[in-house]
Design a protein around this ligand. Sequence first.
Ligand code: SF4
Ligand code: SF4
Ligand code: FES
Length: 376
Amino acid sequence: MAEFTLRLRRYDPGSGRAPYWDQHTVELEPHRSVLEAILQVKDRVDGSIGIRCSCMAAICGSCGVRINGQPGLACHTHLDRALACARDGVIEVEAMGNMPIIKDLIVDMEKVHWKKIRRVTPWLLPEGVVPEREHLVDRDAMVDVTQSMACIQCGACVSDCLTMEVDPLFIGPAALAKVYRFVGDPRDARERERLVDLAEDPHGMYSCTHCFKCIDACPKGVAPMSQIMRLRRRATSDWHIDDANNGRRHEEAFVTLVRDYGLLHEAELLPRSYGGNSWLGKFHPAAGKVLLESLPVVTKAILRGKVGIRQAMFGHKLPAQSLDQVQRIFDRVEGRPQRVEQNLYVSGEDDDGAARAADRAGRIEKAVTAQRSVVR
Ligand code: SF4
Ligand code: SF4
Ligand code: FES
């Protein structure tokens, strides 16, 4: 047994009282969870503490909270580990972010998380004759969607999504990961429609800023950002879908510039993203408009020494040998007959190491031995 001090963020929107911190001490074995500690306080000291939980085993997804500022599952966080990350020897627990608080540690998942999940039609849309028994599906394709299927809808990724903080309409990491579960499933017949929908929505898949927060937050290794990248890859490389945020043209310009210059030529990126992916792009009226709009930012960057005039005009110069190496990488990757994606979920390790790997092994059986999942 050891003593742990918890600092709980209390807030009851209906009370008219401002949020406040409430401190309690518990005695529990260090391997016990933060949830068990909160329930002990609720049971023995203050029954009014608001906390949602059910399975106590990281399966139902209801006990999502922030522990020492990081989102996660209270039932899946050991007290000793939480203490190791505490700033002043006190474990701080508060409600998740980006969702309204109902009471204390309970957020309104319905208003944000579930609304966004419903937005993406979260069920399979097959076409054709329903087979008498089952659909036969390519094994690799199912291994590929296993990662997104592992989601338990806890909302931890939503809690810390930086884009959602500034754009509450953003569809968000959990819902977009859910879309990949169906887009990647060969039984679904609406891959293109789903991707067009996400591309045309100005708060869709191109609003993600690649901040990695959702990958860090997810307790089940779903890596929502990776699923979003897969959606984009399919939308751009496979279906050539243009989008409301100009994301496809921007990505193409980015890739072409790195191939041609070896490094990103920032001054060319904007005009090519809007005016067409070539040196002539800057003469397109659409490019002229955005270039004019960005002049104040560019001027400020030059005045502050963040970019030189010569570098802005002509880009970076790499030695010929280095540029040749970059171009050989492009030739090799683009010369492959099929796109090869490494699915780290089934081939790699993560923080929880062997325990989580064993858990996965049970769920995906033979798939864990696969080194690579070939998509398409
Ligand atoms: S990577 Fe994208 S989806 Fe994930 S938290 Fe950051 S902005 Fe949100
Ligand atoms: S993707 Fe991960 S963090 Fe997000 S809701 Fe699903 S399980 Fe939770
Ligand atoms: S109580 Fe079910 S995931 Fe924590």
